[in-house]
Design a protein around this ligand. Structure first.
Ligand code: ZN
Length: 315
């Protein structure tokens, strides 16, 4: 009897202890960087472009990250004039083992165009990307929608997807969407004005914000799927990221995140989910899927907001 009791106690103890150990949450994230070679508003000189590229690549290397850079090939030209020094910036990405995707030639707004009009912006971006990727033994494979706009009607969304499929493109979805570009505009303006104390405040707030954004989408994923999906982050090739990627990636690591490639991330079955969100907004794929599954209102609450003063600084 005593033996049975202690066995029972042992089993009881086992359940108490094991339920107290939190289930290990999968924390993996792939990094995608848009608007290559560089996106700036005030600084347009090649030295700044090189600085941004070099700093971003150094931070990626330090954290063992292999990223996909989404290229707007139109930025390599001014009218018919070709900028070889901007083309060379893209070579740096490939030399470091990153991949490049087609982000269209001119980053046009699909909501304002017909499919036929938008299609040419995809093909216009192809020749130069095919060229540069070939130099590094790669082929053009990935596509990133400008503004994350997939089409504001079912017909437009379906036409675009069918076209991308027919050309063998793999769409790179985004789950961790954010307002990095708003902080970037404010930060670059402060840098341009040589206001170092302000640029530091903006940068500190930005890194904190990105940490909260990551927490938010982790939670959104768990609410939708019951687990944390292999996340895909969207950030831009701008000055604020050049100066702050290092500590932002360290912050992500301190939250338990491990960096994975896009090809690893896309294996997550979540990416097979249906997307029937045919509105104008460019939003996280998590929210596209949630909307498709009938979620409204409450589910979407709590997204970290970019303060008005940051938005106004960048205007
Ligand atoms: Zn873009």
């Amino acid at each position: 009897m005593k033996k049975q009791l202690s066995a029972l106690l042992f089993v009881l103890l086992f359940f108490i202890v094991s339920s107290a150990i939190p289930q290990q949450i999968k924390r993996e994230i792939c990094v995608t960087i848009d608007d290559l070679p560089v996106v700036t508003k005030y600084f347009k000189d090649i030295d700044t472009y090189n600085y941004i590229t070099d700093n971003i690549l150094a931070a990626l290397k330090k954290h063992g990250i292999k990223a996909i850079g989404a290229v707007n090939a139109g930025k390599l030209y001014n009218g018919r004039t070709f900028y070889p020094e901007r083309y060379d910036l893209l070579k740096k990405w490939l030399a470091d083992g990153h991949d490049l995707s087609n982000h269209t030639f001119g980053h046009k707004n699909y909501n304002e165009l017909t499919f036929a009009e938008f299609k040419s912006d995809i093909t216009d971006g192809e020749p130069i990307l095919n060229n540069i990727l070939k130099e590094y033994g790669k082929e053009l494979k990935y596509f990133r929608h400008p503004f994350l706009f997939r089409g504001n009607t079912k017909e437009k969304a379906d036409s675009l997807q069918a076209y991308l499929d027919s050309r063998g493109y793999v769409v790179t979805p985004v789950t961790v969407d954010n307002g990095d570009y708003l902080y970037a505009a404010a930060y670059e303006k402060a840098k341009f004005d040589k206001n170092d104390s302000l640029s530091k405040v903006i940068a500190d707030e930005y890194v904190d914000y990105m940490g909260r954004v990551l927490d938010y989408y982790e939670n959104q994923s768990i609410k939708l799927f019951g687990y944390n999906v292999s996340q895909i982050l969207l950030v831009h090739a701008n000055l604020i990221n050049a100066d702050n990627f290092e500590r932002m990636f360290s912050l992500f690591e301190s939250k338990g995140y491990k960096f994975i490639t896009f090809d690893e991330a896309i294996k997550d079955s979540c990416y097979q989910s249906k997307d029937e969100f045919y509105k104008k907004a460019g939003i996280s794929w998590l929210h596209r899927w949630a909307y498709t599954q009938g979620h409204r209102g409450d589910y979407f609450k709590g997204e970290p907001e970019v303060p008005d003063y940051i938005e106004n600084l960048g205007k």
